[in-house]
Design a protein around this ligand. Structure first.
Ligand code: MRU
Length: 348
């Protein structure tokens, strides 16, 4: 059995990208091997790999695959090819900040080369570094974040911000893992997280597998469990954080934050600095909408009338006034975010 304290969601092996197929979990643990950039992009679109840092690493590996298997014999042709691959990876899912950040890093590495061979080496190395750094960032997020949790706390999370959403260890679940590693007894409550059920399929699986006490609830039970005083803290991940502290995360996060505020429960977001976007305004961030089928069907079985109107946004926006602190690998950021985020991200 895999331990999600150490498991890797995605890895590079001699010109191949190997990733866990998350659409098959929790029933089957299977891997997909990609040799073409398009195959990784399809895996991102189908959510076989998902979670902002994980799709960031996948985007970097998409560029690495394009470089590694190139037939180009001059640098301008190679750059064109890898830029194309990077564009596909960035556009696969629009809300997370990490893919564009990762593609930018790999392309910048290639631009330092003076030959095709050197460019290939630099791009593959950069993709590997991005993946390694993500695990390190998650460990540091855990180290800082666990100080916010007390022995005996029950933490409510949303979706899956665990090892499976990153290259390894996790962000929100990294905070919980680090607290458990410190010997604190932490219980977790996770809503199922319709429509793609990442809470039920992935978070419950990861934590249960690692022997961390997890209780699954229906999305509709969140207010009730808070009112019953079953929740001490909320810790969620983030797909994109703007410079003024708006958090874009899995649909349902905003209602958790509103309910947490109503019940005076601290609400924390945990994310690596690669998920921050200091350039965009919150109102310009694109919220991904996915197929109506995710709502009208359960396990392929129709549960709503044919022809009914459906709206399926899969992320939402939580405003800074509802966020107690943001946990990053550079430390814990507290309000006022319009000042502290820039300060934390730009300090050497
Ligand atoms: O649609 P998904 O499964 O990619 O959404 C994932 C989330 O919303 C996570 O909470 C987020 O990416 C943070 S993961 C460390």
């Amino acid at each position: 059995m895999l331990s999600f304290y150490t498991a890797r969601t995605i890895r590079w092996e001699d010109g191949k990208v190997i990733l866990i197929d998350q659409t098959k979990l929790p029933n089957k643990l299977t891997y997909i091997t990609c040799t073409k950039p398009k195959e990784v992009v399809e895996a991102i679109k189908r959510m076989q790999i998902r979670g902002a840092p994980a799709i960031g690493a996948a985007a970097a590996y998409t560029v690495a695959l394009a470089a590694y298997h190139t037939k180009a014999n001059n640098l301008p042709d190679l750059l064109k090819e890898i830029e194309e691959a990077g564009k596909m990876a960035k556009n696969a899912r629009p809300t997370a900040a990490n893919p564009a950040w990762a593609v930018e890093r790999t392309l910048s590495a290639a631009k330092k080369a003076t030959s095709v061979e050197e460019a290939v080496k630099l791009v593959v190395k950069e993709a590997e570094t991005i993946a390694e750094e993500d695990i390190e960032a998650c460990r540091k997020i855990g180290k800082y974040g666990e100080t916010l949790l007390k022995d005996g706390d029950t933490v409510l999370t949303q979706c899956n911000a665990g090892a499976l959403a990153t290259v390894g260890y996790g962000t929100a679940l990294g905070v919980i893992r680090a607290a458990c590693e410190k010997g604190k007894c932490i219980k977790v409550i996770v809503p199922e997280t319709r429509p793609a059920l990442q809470g039920a399929r992935l978070t419950a699986y990861e934590l249960h597998n690692d022997g961390i006490d997890v209780m699954l609830i229906a999305d509709t039970a969140v207010g009730f469990v808070m009112r019953k005083k079953l929740v001490d803290k909320v810790v969620v991940g983030a797909d994109r954080i703007t410079s003024d502290g708006h958090i874009f995360n899995k649909i349902g996060t905003y209602q958790l934050a509103v309910l947490a505020s109503e019940h005076s429960i601290p609400f924390y977001a945990a994310a690596p600095t690669s998920s921050f976007d200091l350039k965009s305004k919150a109102e310009d961030v694109v919220i991904e909408e996915r197929s109506p089928d995710e709502i009208v069907k359960i396990k392929g079985q129709r549960v709503a009338p044919k022809g009914v109107r459906v709206y399926n946004p899969v992320f939402d926006q939580t405003p800074p006034n509802l966020i107690s602190a943001i946990i990053t690998e550079r430390g814990i950021i507290k309000p006022p975010y319009e000042r502290t985020i820039k300060h934390t991200l730009t300090k050497p």
